[in-house]
Write a protein that binds this ligand. Structure first.
Ligand SMILES: C[S@@+](CC[C@H](N)C(=O)[O-])C[C@H]1O[C@@H](n2cnc3c(N)ncnc32)[C@H](O)[C@@H]1O
Length: 286
């Protein structure tokens, strides 16, 4: 069989299973399995072996049952890094790249003060911590997460990307950080989905991704309260805090920030126009 026939069959299987974008997922699975790039596949349409065809069919069946395509291929690209993912760790989302971009831009606007210490809370696969560690090779980066499974991925991702200026620690938010340690930059993409919304999520998310990475409590903003409660004592006076926000949370989180002695530097919208990233800094003496 030729590869484009295998692609067509995989697309039909995913279409019948009601997958949102069957062609896109079938392409990812087919090119990944045959280890071929899209252009070559379309230009040469090579023959594939029965073994490759059987593997494409197996992976397509997994996708048809709802498993996220990123877990099936085991990898996702994030800020130019290859990040391994699988059951037990959240799949990094494209909007989180915006957090990294904005944090980097803010630092570059003040080149005299490259960050020496960076803390990434709720680090998961380590995607944010690793992207920042790569961008600022002289910085010492720490990533914390409560999930041992997630941290296993984070450590694997550090060594796969040859990034050595990052340490991953297990524990709740700031708990693993030695008392008195302060940071130039703190980042976080905490769980922010309302508990009551979890049952209504897409099946790929609800049935496959860890609920501990999603559930932000009754109003979705439990983690922001907790983070702002402690961030003041862990951030240097000239430091910055960048956090990802869920839909419609900007106002409530900005209020928590202000009550906790922070000023809002910016709220940045993502490509869909959603207020997605909060940039806050310790308020100066008034
Ligand atoms: C939304 S995910 C973000 C993962 C990663 N930073 C990213 O952007 O893809 C939230 C992460 O917070 C972690 N988490 C949940 N409760 C936590 C806590 N109390 N302390 C630290 N991390 C926690 C979860 O295990 C999960 O990895």
């Amino acid at each position: 069989m030729r590869i484009l026939d295998a692609l067509r069959a995989a697309t039909e299987t995913l279409e019948r299973a009601g997958i949102d974008d069957p062609l896109a997922d079938a392409e990812i699975l087919t090119w990944h399995t045959a280890d071929i790039d899209r252009l070559t596949a379309f230009l040469d349409n090579p023959e594939i072996s029965p073994q490759i065809l059987a593997r494409i069919r197996r992976l397509t069946t997994r996708r048809a049952k709802g498993e996220p395509v990123q877990y099936i291929v085991g990898q996702v690209e994030f800020c130019g890094l290859k990040i391994s993912v699988g059951k037990g760790v959240l799949i990094p989302r494209p909007e989180t790249e915006l957090l990294v971009e904005e944090a980097v831009k803010a630092v570059i606007r003040q080149p005299a003060s490259l960050p020496a210490r960076i803390l990434d809370l709720c680090t998961g696969s380590g995607c944010i911590a690793l992207a920042l560690a790569k961008e600022f090779p002289t910085a010492k980066v720490i990533g914390t997460d409560i999930s041992q499974k997630a941290l296993r991925y984070a450590k694997k991702n550090a060594s796969a990307n040859n990034i050595t200026n990052v340490t991953f620690m297990k524990g709740s938010l700031f708990a693993p950080i030695k008392r008195g340690t302060t940071f130039d930059l703190i980042t976080a993409n905490p769980p922010y989905i309302l508990s009551c919304e979890i049952p209504g999520l897409q099946t790929e998310v609800r049935d496959w991704e860890p609920h501990g990475a999603l559930d932000g409590g009754n109003d979705g903003i439990d983690f922001y309260r907790e983070i702002f409660n402690h961030a003041g004592s862990c951030l240097k006076p000239a430091g910055s805090l960048f956090m990802e926000l869920g839909y419609g949370q900007a106002k409530a989180v900005a209020e928590i920030a202000s009550r906790s002695g922070f000023e809002i530097i910016a709220v940045i919208r993502d490509l869909a126009g959603i207020q997605r990233i909060l940039h806050a800094a310790p308020a100066g003496p008034s």
